[in-house]
Design a protein around this ligand. Structure first.
Ligand SMILES: [Zn+2]
Length: 114
């Protein structure tokens, strides 16, 4: 399904004006040691929002924190590899060009017939 960007970096709360429903996403931005650190905020059926660290480098652990590779696109991101929600809600998704594929999200996606 097509994702919906909540519209502003720093807006990533659950609920009205933020992450309201499946497919919604936002960005949290922190300065860490003088460098920008982005986290993508994804809708989570268990806690409302799930945050995951992203950067332009390869995916993997940096100082015990898991990072996903991000293409830098704010409104239509591509994140690799796939993301399993960190709250263990069962959600597991792939995000490509602002579209989300995977468990839970798949239910709302149109079925493609070959
Ligand atoms: Zn979750």
């Amino acid at each position: 399904m097509k994702m919906r960007y909540v519209g502003q970096i720093g807006v990533y709360h659950a609920g009205i004006g933020g992450i309201e429903q499946r497919g919604d996403f936002g960005w949290r931005l922190d300065m860490v040691d003088g460098a920008k650190q982005f986290q993508i905020a994804l809708w989570c059926p268990k806690y409302g929002v799930c945050l995951q660290c992203v950067h332009s480098g390869p995916s993997g652990d940096v100082y015990n924190k898991r990072f996903w590779h991000w293409d830098g696109n704010i409104e239509q991101p591509t994140i690799t590899p796939s993301i399993g929600c960190d709250t263990r809600c069962g959600q597991h998704m792939t995000i490509t060009n602002g579209e989300i594929f995977g468990t839970l999200a798949a239910a709302a996606a149109p079925k493609v017939t070959p």
